[in-house]
Design a binder for this molecule. Structure first.
Ligand SMILES: [Zn+2]
Ligand SMILES: [Zn+2]
Ligand SMILES: [Zn+2]
Length: 155
């Protein structure tokens, strides 16, 4: 199962809040994560522990930071979320409502399905709120298409 599909809504929210609050110098205190999720610290810790076991964050002296894998997972999440928003937008939902609707499905979709949806929408470059949608991993000439490595090239 893909990483996003293993995460709960609260876990991805915790991961996102660490991603926005951490600085190059400092990780994020449990208290700050708890505050931004509007829960008590023990509950916040309950979201962080699985993220740590999955290798998405590291915790050191009570401060959390994203790992490279955690950052990549956030990037994937943004793609899923923004493509889903665009889908609901194309179905007629006003932009203000697409965000909440997208949150109902963005974790459940596989990368493959997100790419299918993205292709069906002709690879939008941004979500209804103007946030950029990164490239698909398909061979479609789209957004800023990623180059497939030449045969024999290590990736
Ligand atoms: Zn949104
Ligand atoms: Zn695309
Ligand atoms: Zn958006």
């Amino acid at each position: 199962m893909e990483t996003l599909q293993q995460l709960t809504r609260r876990q991805i929210d915790a991961l996102r809040s660490i991603g926005t609050q951490e600085t190059p110098e400092r990780g994020v205190a449990l208290k700050s994560t708890a505050l931004s999720l509007k829960v008590r610290p023990p509950s916040a810790l309950g979201y962080l522990s699985p993220l740590e076991s999955m290798g998405l964050i590291v915790r050191h002296r009570g401060k959390s930071r994203l790992t490279a894998r955690g950052r990549a997972t956030l990037t994937e999440y943004q793609r899923h979320h923004r493509v889903a928003e665009t889908l609901f937008g194309s179905l007629g939902l006003p932009p203000a409502e697409t965000c909440a609707a997208a949150r109902e499905i963005d974790l459940a979709l596989s990368h493959r399905t997100v790419e299918e949806v993205c292709r069906a929408q002709r690879h939008p470059s941004e979500c209804p709120h103007g946030a950029p949608i990164g490239p698909c991993r398909t061979t479609d000439p789209s957004h800023t298409p990623p180059r497939h490595p030449a045969p024999g090239t290590a990736l």
